[in-house]
Design a protein around this ligand. Structure first.
Ligand code: GTP
Ligand code: MG
Length: 418
């Protein structure tokens, strides 16, 4: 194959005749100016002779075509500069979040120090996910027994001594206020929605977003997984996210778009999201139980369950299974709530489906699924509905400290915004 310069020099090729260019690997027509060749001419030709030759060659072409081509190169170069700027921003905005190896060992050592804990008991506890004093102190004895296989007397003793070590008991409301004043929050990406939530998604609570399909539940979950990784002053917690997907709707593509919207390196953002696909309700329960060990180890600051009761609704069918279903959901929700007690700087967000109540004539016939069990279990409940185009409306339905109110936010290509 001929080189572009050979073709351009060769008189047997007529002006306008097409040929394949080996220099930039594209099809050209003789006599046209190509960006790659011009760049080549501009940056790599340094001898005076070459330059003179190029000027003579370039003079043969139409002036307007030349100006256009140079303008295009300039535009492209300024794009490169922008890209470099973005690279600089990426470096300063987001970092790899390190694992927390040392503090896990510290937790395990504390459990080891409890009276009566030998090698065998310690192994059983760690295997069942009770590797910190908090996890032992906050879990009901029956659950510790079931999961670790330890006897009831040993379990009772372990719980008592963990509570003593942690100084769990009555405390002054001033201490509670001190704790709540310093509570961390994750921005949703929309100032209005953050304000509605009292400053963003707070730690130490289970926050439920419910609404019909396409109301943005999954989009908010994706956005929070990105935002939790931001520095504190930008509305994040510099922590990783754990995403439990029960519906198969987690999309890394959306995470990439959202990261780009915030000028963040999407490779780092994706690396900092621990993903678990729950294939059925038992698997979902198991993933949350396993999460306990991961939270410390991986520095997880946000847990997402999308959606909370989808599997339960499809697996427990008919009135006869209702009591059993509600009991299992209740215990699953309490596993989540317990994680908030054990890890006070952890935020938990769940999505919930809705059901239509045909017998409601006045008011909203759309209600969150899961009945009273979910209503009592989640700390803050937010109802989402569609607005015009990209707009969505969020409404606080239940919160221990927030007034009822509404906020309008948008779902854009770059994620959640005002
Ligand atoms: P279900 O899981 O089906 O109950 O719905 P959901 O509430 O989880 O819906 P989801 O959060 O997945 O929202 C889907 C909607 O987000 C789509 O219908 C779009 O309106 C919007 N959306 C998703 N991706 C984009 C995007 O790239 N650009 C814009 N503008 N909107 C998007
Ligand atoms: Mg969804």
């Amino acid at each position: 194959m001929a080189k572009a310069s050979e073709i351009e020099d060769n008189d047997s090729f007529k002006m306008g005749q097409p040929y394949f260019c080996n220099e930039c690997g594209r099809n050209h027509t003789k006599g046209k100016i190509y960006k790659e060749h011009l760049k080549y001419a501009q940056f790599e030709s340094n001898s005076e002779e070459d330059e003179q030759q190029e000027i003579t060659e370039l003079n043969e072409f139409d002036e307007k075509e030349l100006t256009d081509a140079f303008n295009e190169i300039e535009k492209e170069e300024s794009n490169y500069e922008d890209e470099n700027e973005i690279e600089d921003n990426i470096d300063s905005n987001i970092e790899d979040i390190p694992n927390n190896g040392e503090s896990i060992q510290e937790c395990i050592n504390a459990v080891k120090q409890l009276p009566g804990v030998g090698e065998a008991t310690l192994n059983k506890l760690i295997k069942a996910g009770f590797s910190s004093l908090e996890s032992i102190a906050f879990t009901p004895p029956k659950i510790i027994q079931q999961e670790s296989g330890l006897g009831d007397k040993t379990t009772a003793k372990l719980i008592k001594s963990s509570m003593e070590e942690l100084n769990i008991g009555f405390k002054s409301a001033v201490d509670v206020w001190e704790h709540r004043k310093n509570i961390a929050r994750i921005t949703t990406g929309s100032q209005e929605l953050d304000d509605l939530l009292g400053g963003g998604v707070e730690t130490g609570s289970v926050i439920e977003f419910f609404g019909e399909f396409r109301t943005g539940k999954t989009q908010i979950m994706h956005q929070l997984c990105v935002n939790v990784q931001l520095h504190e002053e930008k509305g994040g917690m510099e922590g990783k996210a754990l995403y439990i997907d029960t519906e198969g709707t987690f999309r890394p593509e959306r995470i990439i778009q959202m990261s780009e919207g915030l000028d963040l390196d999407h490779n780092i953002i994706l690396k900092n999201i621990v993903f678990g696909r729950a294939y059925n309700s038992d698997h979902q329960i198991l993933l949350i139980k396993e999460a306990s060990n991961l939270i410390k180890e991986q520095n997880i600051k946000l847990i997402v369950v999308d959606s909370l009761i989808g599997h339960f609704r499809s697996e427990y069918i008919g009135r006869g299974t209702l009591a059993n279903r509600q009991q299992t959901i209740n215990s699953h929700l309490h596993d989540l709530l317990r994680l908030c007690d054990i890890y006070p700087d952890l935020a938990i967000v769940v999505t919930n489906q809705v059901q239509s109540k045909p017998d409601v004539f006045y008011g909203n016939p759309i209600q969150a699924a899961g009945g009273n069990v979910v209503a009592h279990g989640s700390t803050i409940r937010v109802f989402l509905r569609k607005g015009k185009g990209e707009q969505r409306i969020a409404k606080i339905v239940d919160a221990p400290h927030l007034p009822e109110g509404e906020a309008i936010f948008s779902i854009t290509e770059n994620g959640i915004s005002d």
